[in-house]
Design a protein around this ligand. Sequence first.
Ligand SMILES: Nc1nc2c(ncn2[C@@H]2O[C@H](COP(=O)(O)OP(=O)(O)OP(=O)(O)O)[C@@H](O)[C@H]2O)c(=O)[nH]1
Ligand SMILES: [Mg+2]
Length: 380
Amino acid sequence: MNIACIVLPTYNESENVKILLPRIFEQADRIASHELHMLVVDDNSPDGTAGVVRGMQARFPRLHLITGEKKGLGAAYKRGFAHAIAELDPDVILQMDADLQHSPELLPLMIDLLQHGFTFVIGSRFIFGGSTPDFSLRRRTMSLVGNWLLRNMGGLPSIRDCTSGFRCIKAELLKRCDLTGLSTKGYSFQSSLLFELVRNGAKVIEVPITFPDRVRGESKLSFADQVEFLFNLARIRFRKSSEFTRFLLVGASGVVVNLGLYYLLTRLFSVSLEIAAPIAIEVSIVSNFILNNLYTFRERDSRNSLMRRFLYFHVAAGVAGVVNYSIFMLLVKGVGMFDMFANCVGIAAGTVVNYLMNSRITWVGKKKDGSFPIDRRPMR
Ligand SMILES: Nc1nc2c(ncn2[C@@H]2O[C@H](COP(=O)(O)OP(=O)(O)OP(=O)(O)O)[C@@H](O)[C@H]2O)c(=O)[nH]1
Ligand SMILES: [Mg+2]
């Protein structure tokens, strides 16, 4: 019989696993198509979670355990997936939290949906019927904003819950994915994995879930995880975008043009710096435009005329400059960040805004071969 394996990462969940594991195995009889196995990936929890799991293995022969060093949720999942695939050869792999926030009663439905043509089922808090009854306004807002960013920046317009940790995946789809480069932290791992699955052709369906607060044990998601999530967003988006790589190269050439011309004008032609600087800026914008048109977006069949593209490119450069400056000031004055570091963050944010405006407005359109650029791809 085919095997479905739940990979369950745990850190200090001894109280929860005592209750959760029997509830999960109760569902096994309701799953006719698969033999249900469970792999607990415990990171040497100081509260003795692994010992509790070992104590239950005699009662549940399909309960497996691996232990290791704590390196983050994503690292635990990567180890768990690799172990499950190598040792159990399942055809379905599930992700679930150990803190009773995910209801085991949904497992049969999720596995069943894979028998109907879907390859990736998401337990979703944000579709009709799903809910987060105990979320504070702050957490609900952060979750919705995070998901909105992922959908809109990442080109996943139709997935409502991109960070859910309750998922059911066809093993052959997961095996096609390259997990090595994915982030190792909580939210970032979940969203990076989702992108990788979609990129590898996942047929996605979301089912509504209720996500109550955890009652026992402590949440492991920190503020740092949330900050990393934002950085990771840009990383996911641009990881495999050759257009973005070319855009960065052109941007770098613009810096050389700007500095070189400024040097020539001020040093060789004795032009005052008030005049030399704007000339250098405008010439570098024009040279960037020409290169982006001929090189970066050469595969695009842009809907806009050359004149309009030229105009929009200037607007994008202006907006990016304002974003760069605003973030720089906010970080230096508001947060007290070291100015050189704040400037780097400002430049990075300005570059991303600049790229997205040019990709989505200036050179908007399908590629010449009829395919969609990565950030305009429809989902289903
Ligand atoms: N093995 C392992 N498991 C982890 C690690 N971090 C979190 N987990 C587990 O991952 C699951 C989700 O973590 P939580 O802290 O509950 O995250 P969350 O459910 O999004 O957040 P809360 O709603 O605040 O609980 C739980 O089962 C944790 O025990 C880790 O570093 N290693
Ligand atoms: Mg939790």
